[in-house]
Design a protein around this ligand. Structure first.
Ligand SMILES: [Zn+2]
Length: 302
């Protein structure tokens, strides 16, 4: 699988005619219990009425307790205004020791995408940061430390979800976690990264499949699902409002953040010689960083 990522974007583009957005990660089967367990199989089962929980392990490391529902901000963060001159981020693939093995990939897999939020934001770990289930004891998710630069890559952070790019058994965080401009839920809009179609809405997931080749698939998690601005089947333009960043996570809330995924197909061949398109998670970190820098520089999105 890893070798496939060294294929050129042209090959990727040619291979993407048969993107299958129905191939969601398998549900771990937990419905609000205290422990998340790894998915039994990467094969998707029959669709369930509400896609529950299609990303259940994405926000928790394996066999770790779910953090308590976040209460009112104990120490409301007042981050300084973002500036194109001061924005900075850690290098891709940098994950602290004991928190997984980062995936070093400087590829900007979606070079022209829109910044998927209307406002400023802070990319960092929800699980290992302040207020996270594995974070410093007694801390709040609203701690100013979570609302500060630099950004940190969280792709392949230790989680229970299937991700063949991650070392150590092929499990890890499937996307990038992003805190909104301030520690407030249901206030900041997430927007479409590209023009496309809303191909799926789950219990806490919204999937956008881009109209243009290579038909990248973006998945947004933890928005305020009861007040989405889109419906399944809608066509959206780049930058269009989808929903507000929240902490929805099926029955159990997570921290206030947007989990953002980028998937695309890569061409492969089966053992009996048949071409196949493998749909895989790709590191979105550098695409996000570049999109954010464009926004800070005053660029528009269309
Ligand atoms: Zn996440």
């Amino acid at each position: 699988m890893r070798k496939l990522l060294f294929l050129s974007p042209l090959v990727l583009a040619l291979a993407l005619g048969a993107c299958d957005d129905t191939k969601k990660p398998a549900a771990p089967g937990s419905t609000g219990g205290e422990v998340k367990t790894p998915a039994a199989s990467p094969e998707p089962g029959p669709p369930t009425p509400d896609d529950q929980p299609s990303d259940g392990g994405a926000e928790q490391p394996s066999s770790e307790p779910i953090p308590p529902a976040p209460g009112p901000p104990a120490q409301p963060a007042s981050p300084p205004p973002a500036s194109p001159a001061t924005f900075n981020h850690d290098a891709p693939g940098v994950i602290p020791a004991g928190q997984g093995h980062g995936y070093l990939d400087r590829t900007v897999w979606s070079p022209n995408m829109c910044w998927p939020l209307q406002d400023d934001a802070f990319a960092n770990s929800q699980v290992y940061g302040h207020g996270g289930g594995m974070g410093p004891a007694g801390t709040s998710q609203c701690d100013a430390a979570n609302y500060s630069l630099p950004w940190h890559d969280t792709f392949c952070e230790a989680r229970s979800r299937d991700n063949p790019l991650c070392a150590g058994g092929g499990t890890g965080h499937q996307g990038q976690d992003i805190r909104p401009a301030a520690c407030k839920k249901n206030q900041y809009w997430a927007v479409a990264a590209e023009k496309g179609v809303i191909t799926d809405i789950g219990s806490y997931t919204v999937t956008l499949t881009a109209s243009a080749a290579p038909h990248r698939v973006y998945r947004y998690l933890h928005m305020q699902m009861a007040a989405l601005a889109v419906h399944e089947g809608d066509t959206v333009v780049a930058g269009q409002k989808l929903g507000k960043v929240s902490n929805d996570f099926g029955g159990t809330p997570t921290t206030i953040h947007l989990h953002f995924e980028l998937r695309a197909g890569v061409a492969g061949v089966t053992t009996d010689g048949k071409p196949v398109v493998l749909h895989t998670f790709l590191p979105p970190y550098m695409s996000l960083a570049e999109a954010y820098q464009r926004k800070l520089n005053g660029g528009t999105c269309s």
